[in-house]
Write a protein that binds this ligand. Structure first.
Ligand code: MG
Length: 380
């Protein structure tokens, strides 16, 4: 059985990944969390990994005390995360940490020749070129965990990549589908945190409400599947049954369908190319009856528009808009700004910053801190 380390095991993807690991008896090598010591302790006692990592260094001794009666080694901080990402014992590293913090562990795991199941989309948005070129050099596989990218990956199986015309990236439209820009001005945090189809962490739920999530996925798809932006079409599909599709030269379109449950793409990434029973429920198309499709509203949902513009501009722009978004979402969740301001802030980045090239990790990190500083200065 595969040996797996899970970075971000207490989050939504992390806990669902552990359900998949349990179902198939995977050997869990290491688990890490940002600060959730209670849940991490429970997981550690259940799955008995060799290592546990706590990102927040202030919680290191707490974590060590909690697991003092076990022989589990406790690591902390970014160093701990990177050590876990590159452990010899790993067959595959599932990276489901939230945000830019995931970039260095991903690069470290690739450098150590470890295959990656990637749920941390921000790092591919910010460091796509770095990650993909290093993965090619090290002959490392990156398996998408995001449901849309898993769908595309599945639709590519058994077909020749050079015969692909384009991909169709589906979007649920989020809780504010059909809203005008005027209507978006009055939405609350509770409204934004209520997603119609998917149960996810707070950051991605807000990103789904602004449609930034789809913008990030557009960029993610560009890097994962080596596409031009013109080869990516976004279609709003409210039911989240078709998880994405691929169009070939003959205009045959192959789509992947299933209930909206992340355990299906998580399991495919971890078990690839095997297909075994998944701890979810089967899809009943007749329960849905009707599937609907529409074009996204790029004028109202400025984050989506800005993300597509950013990847077309290239250089540091994708990183800048991603980091600006992370900072703006944090401010929104802290009640410092209104929902509508997230889009205003993200789109202003494209005018505020001049083009700069990205040739290494340091360029990415510099763009990251410049964007965050800029957003903090706007919020005050
Ligand atoms: Mg997705």
């Amino acid at each position: 059985m595969k040996k797996v380390s899970i970075l971000g095991s207490t989050g939504s993807i992390g806990t669902q990944s552990l359900e998949v690991c349990e179902k198939h008896g995977f050997d869990v090598v290491a688990l890490t969390a940002h600060s959730s010591v209670d849940m991490l302790e429970v997981q550690a006692r259940k799955f008995r990994p060799q290592y546990v990592g706590i990102f927040n260094e202030n919680l290191y001794s707490d974590m060590k005390n909690r697991l003092a009666d076990t022989d589990i080694k406790i690591l902390c901080g970014m160093d701990g995360l990177c050590e876990i990402a590159s452990l010899d014992e790993n067959d595959i590293v599932l990276n489901s940490v939230v945000g830019m913090v995931g970039l260095l562990p991903t690069l470290t795991a690739i450098n150590a020749g470890k295959d990656i199941a990637l749920a941390n989309k921000e790092t591919l948005v910010a460091g796509g070129e770095l990650i993909m070129s290093l993965a090619r050099k090290k002959n490392v596989k990156i398996y998408p965990v995001d449901s849309e990218h898993s769908a595309i990956f599945q639709c590519l199986q058994g077909n020749r990549r050079e015969q692909l015309n384009k991909i169709i990236l589906t979007a649920s439209g989020g809780p504010f589908y059909g809203y005008s820009y005027e209507q978006l001005k009055n939405v609350t945090k509770a409204d934004a945190l209520h997603h119609p189809n998917w149960s996810m962490g707070n950051k991605i739920t807000i990103d789904s409400a602004t449609l930034m999530n789809k913008g990030l996925e557009f960029i993610e798809a560009k890097w994962l599947f080596d596409l031009n932006p013109e080869q990516i079409e976004i279609v709003v599909h409210r039911e989240s049954v078709i998880h994405s599709a691929v169009e070939y030269k003959d205009y045959a379109v192959i789509a992947q369908l299933g209930v909206p449950d992340m355990k299906i793409p998580i399991q495919y990434a971890l078990l690839y190319p095997e297909r075994l029973e998944c701890p979810t429920r089967p899809l009943s198309l007749t329960d849905y009856g009707t599937l609907t499709f529409a074009e996204p509203d790029y004028n109202t949902f400025r984050c989506l528009d800005s993300a597509i513009k950013a990847i077309k501009l290239g250089g540091a722009y994708p990183c800048l808009i991603n980091s600006a978004n992370e900072e703006a979402v944090k401010a929104f969740l802290n009640d410092e700004i209104k929902f509508i301001q997230i889009g205003e802030i993200v789109s202003s980045v494209l005018e505020k910053f001049r083009f700069s090239a990205v040739s290494g990790y340091n360029d990415v990190m510099r763009a990251d801190s410049e964007a965050r500083e800029y957003v903090r200065s706007l919020i005050g």
